[in-house]
Design a protein around this ligand. Structure first.
Ligand SMILES: Cc1cc2nc3c(=O)[nH]c(=O)nc-3n(C[C@H](O)[C@H](O)[C@H](O)COP(=O)(O)O)c2cc1C
Length: 301
């Protein structure tokens, strides 16, 4: 079965997870330059023109392949997908919803689709919808996830047994041990989020990076967003208040536009800070190249 690096045309089977407003073009390009597969987000751009500008910016920084991410539930998803195609993006990761309509739109144009799945059932449905690979994302991952809470250790081999497509493991991978473990579980590659936030090239504020570097494995908390969506975040005062508030309504109480204020400007009370349990083994900010080279070193040997 195809290795993810072959599928995506990069050197190593390491995909940088989309991370909302903090997958800045410099970081995306740095991941691709270091042999991984950088991925731009599209959920928080002001409009399609902003996405177009960001893609152009990555293209000026690297000639290596990179991709983009679509949140299926984003009302502007089809418009964003069209810009990605026009700008020459060759592979798109999709999440949060049915990838079927996007597959029908993107595959005839030669664009590969890799869909994020939190359960075997969703992985089988994604395969039936015609995706090129599934990203099995365990519940230790940072950011939004379902309520089923299956760990990466169980999800990856279960999905690998259930589908014929290549499987990418996501959730909890932060160094060469996690990378090799994922391959041993049957994955053909990994998707890494939290570890790349604590990279020199990531635009995330130093307060955010510092919280990741100081967190222990028990520090992240799950907040229930009520509509069968949970989000794993760092234990800021805001997150702790939200956890104790059983009424939910998180989105209404905290405007989505506040995300940059918190993630990029460092105001930790403006929005919650997504991060995975792997923060417990991330202790210092490193360059993207250092992170990737450490991750693949025994693999290369
Ligand atoms: C801050 C943050 C923002 C994220 N935003 C997105 C997103 O916009 N779209 C998406 O598909 N996944 C998103 N994710 C999930 C990541 O792409 C990736 O799958 C996940 O971080 C992997 O788990 P890890 O954090 O343990 O490495 C986000 C994760 C984090 C930590």
């Amino acid at each position: 079965m195809q290795n993810i690096a072959e599928l995506l045309g990069c050197q190593y089977p390491i995909i940088q997870g989309a991370m909302g407003v903090i997958c800045n073009p410099e970081m995306v390009a740095a991941v691709s330059e270091a042999g991984g597969y950088g991925v731009l987000g599209s959920a928080f751009q002001e409009d399609a023109e902003e996405l177009r500008r960001q893609i152009q910016q990555v293209q000026t920084l690297t000639g290596k392949p990179f991709g983009a991410n679509l949140t299926v539930l984003n009302p502007r998803c089809a418009e964003m997908a069209q810009v990605m195609v026009e700008m020459g993006i060759k592979a798109i990761t999709t999440s949060a919803g049915d990838p079927g309509p996007l597959v029908q739109m993107l595959k005839p144009q030669g664009v590969k689709v890799l869909h994020v799945c939190p359960t075997v059932d969703k992985a089988k449905k994604a395969q039936a919808a015609g995706v090129d690979a599934v990203i099995a994302e365990g519940a230790e991952s940072g950011g939004i996830q379902g309520h089923d809470a299956v760990s990466t250790m169980v999800l990856v081999p279960a999905v690998a047994d259930a589908v014929t497509l290549p499987v990418v493991a996501a959730g909890g991978i932060g160094d060469s041990r996690g990378f090799r473990a994922a391959l041993a579980l049957g994955a053909k590659g990994v998707q890494v989020g939290t570890r790349f936030i604590a990279s020199a090239e990531c635009i995330a504020h130093e307060n955010y990076k510092a919280m990741i570097c100081q967190a222990t494995e028990t520090d992240t908390i799950l907040i229930d967003r009520t509509d069968r969506i949970m989000v794993r975040v760092l234990p800021t005062a805001l997150a702790q208040r939200l956890r104790e508030d059983p009424s939910g309504g998180r989105s209404a109480a905290i405007p989505r536009q506040n995300i940059g204020k918190a993630w990029i400007q460092g105001d930790l009370d403006a929005y919650t800070l997504a991060a995975g349990q792997v923060a417990g083994i991330v202790h210092e900010v490193k360059t993207v190249r250092e992170i990737i080279e450490e991750m693949v070193s025994p693999y290369e040997a």
